[in-house]
Design a protein around this ligand. Sequence first.
Ligand SMILES: [Zn+2]
Length: 210
Amino acid sequence: MVLREISSVHVPPGQGAACTVQTGQFLRVVDVEGGQVADFNAWTLPDYEEQFWSGRTRILEGAHLSTGNRLWSSPNMEVMFTITADTVSRTDSPLGGTSHDLIWARCSSQLWQIRGVSNAPNCQDNLTRAIEPHGLTVHKVHDAFNIFMKTGIDADDRLFEEPAESVAGDYLELRAEKDCLVAVSSCPGRGNRFSQWKHRPLLLQVLAEG
Ligand SMILES: [Zn+2]
């Protein structure tokens, strides 16, 4: 299958961006420089009535996603996307985490505040700014599919995150099963392969067959 690029949107380091994807088109979320977590939200068009459901997708597909998994919507459990490619090579690590997390939630200024960091850049604000031009507010931001984020649950039943194992040019490719608006945040948090608050750009590519 040959895919041609329809459009692309750059996600600046530590910020957010949005794009639309039509049914049957493909979205590639590209880690341009490597090691950068991408927080992904999605809503069905034209009315944004359905949105990505992290919890339900976790129940049906697993705690980490890869090729073949589907992304489900709330509230009506429609399939929004099917993952069609994943170029990230899995590497062993001391804690044994897995890439493309569905356990964690988006970071927010309030989360960083209770961790002792004031006015921190965060995914909730990034996603909000990305969807405001579409008339959507923070109330439509939901828990993310954390692409490239490497996580797990330890022997003490605590969530952990490890440095992202994606390298420059790695991507996750999703086929749209609905017309969707997508927003992605270049997460400024700790899950990246760099020191806290140092982040890298992402690229959103929309492609079609032929
Ligand atoms: Zn984040």
